[in-house]
Design a protein around this ligand. Structure first.
Ligand SMILES: [Zn+2]
Length: 280
């Protein structure tokens, strides 16, 4: 049947109302799931990954994994499997070093996490050149594992340090390294945005972590706030923290969200409209 080119607005109203009724009284909620796969000092991450991939497959979910270069080098078959299951791969540095470029920033991060700032500084890249080199090495390790070039264009900063430091060098180096999307910044509910652009890099904010599953009430409050403000509930988890028992908690939590909201899952790149969308 041919559609009329122009529908009078009033004729659309019953259709819109029907669309709302079809979903019952549930409010819409967009859910984005991302995982930091850092199987370096956390070998249990590798043991948990197959069960996690099965859960994602069973629920027909396509997500993003941020992977350490060292993990891709040590467990290429796991990284290849993630890729083959249709998930996207991003970088999480090679050895979980921090993109910090001044001692002051290292001290600040030390205070935020209640750790020794000097030790944070020792683990940091310190120079833009070292950070850039690390990104190139990490990408090469991931692409060696998958056998596919030109597929890794996302980054997540270890410990989300970019939230507390001067970020000028950070975004410049990401852009130089060909990183299209970064996902390291917390959602600002005073100024809620699904994504925004910093210095040519798309930033997709995150909301909370799997540690909240111990207290789902708090996680549900955050989901409610996301639903109200119309931004994705972006949930970050670590395979090493998803033992069989915790993985069940994670699934229960997704069931809870789906029972409460009209949930739409988006993959990280779908938040900003995919690779073909030119938003610069
Ligand atoms: Zn990490």
């Amino acid at each position: 049947m041919e559609r009329p080119l122009i529908l009078p607005f009033l004729a659309l109203l019953p259709l819109l109302a029907q669309g709302c009724l079809a979903q019952g009284d549930k409010e819409p909620l967009t859910v984005v799931l991302t995982f930091d796969y850092e199987d370096l000092s956390h070998e249990e991450g590798g043991r948990n990954i197959d069960a996690l991939l099965q859960v994602l497959e069973k629920r027909n979910l396509s997500v993003a994994f941020f992977v350490l270069g060292a993990t891709a080098e040590k467990y290429p078959e796991k990284v290849r499997r993630i890729h083959e299951k249709g998930h996207i791969l991003g970088m999480h540095t090679y050895y979980h070093n921090l993109p910090l470029f001044t001692r002051e920033d290292a001290e600040r991060v030390g205070r935020v996490y209640g750790v020794d700032g000097e030790a944070e500084w020792r683990k940091s890249f310190k120079t833009p050149e070292a950070f850039l080199r690390d990104l190139m090495d990490t990408r090469a390790a991931i692409e060696r594992a998958t056998g596919k070039n030109g597929t890794v264009a996302a980054f997540r900063a270890p410990s989300m340090v970019v939230n507390w430091v001067s970020d000028e060098v950070y975004y410049r180096v990401l852009r130089e390294a060909g990183v299209r999307v970064d996902s390291s910044v917390y959602q600002d509910f005073e100024n809620p945005r699904a994504y925004y652009v910093v210095d040519g890099v798309i930033e997709v904010p995150l909301v909370t972590f799997e540690s909240r599953l111990k207290n789902p009430k708090k996680a549900l409050d955050l989901a409610e706030e996301c639903s109200k403000k119309g931004v994705p509930f972006h949930f970050v988890a670590h395979p090493q923290a998803l033992s069989p028992e915790n993985l069940r908690e994670f699934e229960d939590f997704l069931d809870l969200l789906e029972a409460r909201y009209d949930v739409t899952y988006l993959r990280l790149d779908e938040v900003y409209g995919g690779e073909n969308k030119n938003i610069y």
